[in-house]
Design a protein around this ligand. Structure first.
Ligand code: HEM
Length: 135
């Protein structure tokens, strides 16, 4: 069961990473006026939903401390990402693209650790497996 959840987590992390890369392009489309920023907004909320799912999977699948921790950090960064825009303060909103880089980095960590877990055939990634022998 935990192995299935681990695989679902790994796949969702990969999909989220692809969506975040797309998100940079959708921001460009909106900023440079090729189309409205609406697609970027909708994708942003979908990514946030995916992050909540990642955290739920990590918790119920007991995927190990690193994947639980990075999933929780991702949810927090996405809440901050929306709050930055909601602040309506240009100097604070300007941090939105910078925070996007942190979001991409954390999601990449999750995707890599998911791959590691899949390769080792365990529900926890290889770093955790080494740190807790016999798990
Ligand atoms: C991880 C990547 C990103 C996510 C998840 C994300 C998410 C979001 C969300 C959810 C909104 C709507 C917020 C609201 O309606 O209150 C938004 C708006 C916006 N984002 Fe992003 N964003 C990301 C990256 C970027 C980047 C890289 C840029 C620019 C270089 C950018 C520029 C904007 C702009 C211009 C808006 C519209 C602001 C407005 O309505 O006044 N975003 N973003």
């Amino acid at each position: 069961m935990n192995l299935t959840i681990s695989r679902a987590h790994a796949w969702l992390a990969l999909v989220a990473m692809a969506a975040i890369v797309l998100q940079f392009f959708l921001a460009g489309i909106g900023i440079f006026g090729a189309a409205s920023i609406q697609a970027h907004r909708i994708t942003g909320y979908c990514i946030t939903l995916a992050a909540v799912l990642l955290l739920v999977f990590a918790l119920i699948g007991q995927l190990g401390r690193p994947r639980i921790m990075f999933s929780a950090i991702l949810v927090a960064l996405l809440v901050v990402q929306i709050a930055l825009i909601e602040s309506k303060q240009p100097w604070i909103e300007a941090l939105h693209p910078l925070n996007a880089l942190a979001i991409l980095g954390v999601t990449a960590q999750l995707a890599m650790r998911g791959r590691g877990a899949a390769r080792s055939g365990s529900s926890t990634d290889s770093v955790t497996a080494r740190a807790v022998p016999g798990e």
